[in-house]
Design a protein around this ligand. Structure first.
Ligand code: ADP
Length: 391
């Protein structure tokens, strides 16, 4: 059975086509600049095609994708694609697991659109486009927030007027849930049990840390939106909101502009003034650039803060996992964070840390906590959920 895993943004649509027999990727790619001009890249069979195309809407992107899957002989017939799994950013407390799309689900999605105004409407455009252009296939939705629905009330409530929660749904929802679940399940397969305490560190451009016990999320660092928690590529993470009014006044900005600054011009980019990209920061750090050193240390410190917090919450941890672009590739970030955790008995093997590619155990034999690097695979998780639901 073949399944498409879809991640639709406001002007883009990423896809991976899986053969679920062996979970191999048959083709993958991205449609970009939808509604602007349009281009697409398709990778298959070791080849890469990049072309411009007029993409007025997501339906255009989906139609070209389906047409190309046939003309490039990636599939013989579109009937081979039995399921399409869609990433949806916000499921609120309405969805605690992935579901098959029907009218009721679309109505519920519509009702929570305003909670992720930049993402959920785009995700829905993707679903609608496939419903139209690939009517025989079942669509499913896989939520970034669903895995975090096991947090208890004490954890997900903010210490603000309770009515804000009751009237407006103000609470912690978290994000990156599909990735954290993939990590927990991968470790579960490796260890042959889910009876372990895990701190999962998804550190990419966006970053979140999650405390997991016996396969369930206990707490996570992102909040009402993905702006909360650790410092990220361009996001500030947690800050004191009282710093906003003086900056707004001095820079003559409204609340949306200042939130945009916190989302797009803060974090690694804001503090270093160099770049949001860890590779650029690392280069400057290695050259001894002072702001880069400050930023790198602050970055590691914020991740450490959350790991330490969750270590206490979990009453000790058996495993720490690093994943996503930075977690998988930056031995310097992993080293700085783990060195900060020495007092908890965390010890990593510098050689293993430096030389790891793909999945690896990087802690020493006598480390109190096992430290792993595990590449995440949200697309596969979406495809697995879809297969499970439509089977
Ligand atoms: P997202 O999916 O959130 O956009 P990714 O998980 O792809 O982000 O992570 C992107 C980050 O990973 C960037 O900061 C990038 O610099 C970093 N990264 C990728 N490769 C390396 C590398 N070899 N060394 C250090 N950082 C890397």
């Amino acid at each position: 059975m073949k399944i498409l895993s879809i991640n639709a943004g406001s002007s883009s649509l990423k896809f991976s086509l899986f053969n679920m027999k062996d979970e191999s990727v048959i083709a993958s790619g991205i449609f970009e600049r939808i509604g602007i001009d349009g281009s697409y890249t398709i990778k298959f069979n070791g080849e890469k095609i990049k072309e411009d195309a007029k993409l007025d809407t997501h339906v255009d992107a989906v139609n070209i994708l389906l047409e190309k899957l046939i003309s490039l002989k990636i599939v013989e017939s579109l009937d081979e694609i039995e399921g399409v799994g869609h990433r949806v950013v916000q499921g609120k407390d309405i969805f605690d697991k992935s579901v098959i799309v029907d009218e009721e689900v679309m109505k519920k999605l519509e009702s929570i659109k305003s909670f992720a105004p930049l993402h959920n409407p785009a995700n829905m455009l993707g679903i609608e486009a496939f419903m139209k252009s690939l009517p025989h296939a079942k669509n499913t939705v896989v939520f970034d927030t669903a895995f975090h629905q096991t947090m208890n009330k004490e954890t997900y409530l903010y210490p603000v007027p309770y009515e804000w929660y009751e009237k407006y749904g103000i609470r912690k929802y978290g994000a990156h849930g599909t990735s954290h679940r993939y990590i927990a399940e991968t470790l579960e397969k490796k260890l042959n049990t889910n009876k372990f305490k895990l701190i999962s560190c998804h550190i990419g451009n966006g970053a979140s840390i999650t405390a997991i016990k016996d396969g369930k999320c206990i707490d996570t660092s992102m909040g009402f939106t993905p702006l909360a928690g650790v410092m990220m590529g361009t996001r500030s993470g947690d800050i004191d909101p009282s710093l906003l009014p003086p900056v707004m006044e001095a820079e003559n900005k409204d609340i949306n502009q200042i939130i945009n600054d916190l989302n797009k011009h803060s974090g690694i980019l804001g503090l270093s003034g160099i770049s949001s990209d860890m590779r650029d920061l690392t280069e400057a750090y290695n050259q001894g650039n002072e702001r880069a050193i400050l930023t790198m240390n602050k970055y590691a410190r914020r991740i450490t803060d959350y790991i330490a917090q969750y270590y206490v919450l979990l009453e000790g941890a058996d495993n720490i996992v690093f994943t996503a672009g930075i977690g998988e590739n930056s031995f310097i970030v992993r080293k700085l964070v783990c060195d900060n955790l020495k007092c908890l008995g965390v010890k990593i093997d510098d050689e293993k840390n430096k030389n790891c590619h793909g999945e690896a155990l990087i802690s020493t034999d006598n480390s109190k906590v096992k430290v792993y690097v595990i590449p995440t695979n949200e697309e596969l998780m979406i495809a697995r959920d879809t297969l499970e639901l439509i089977k």
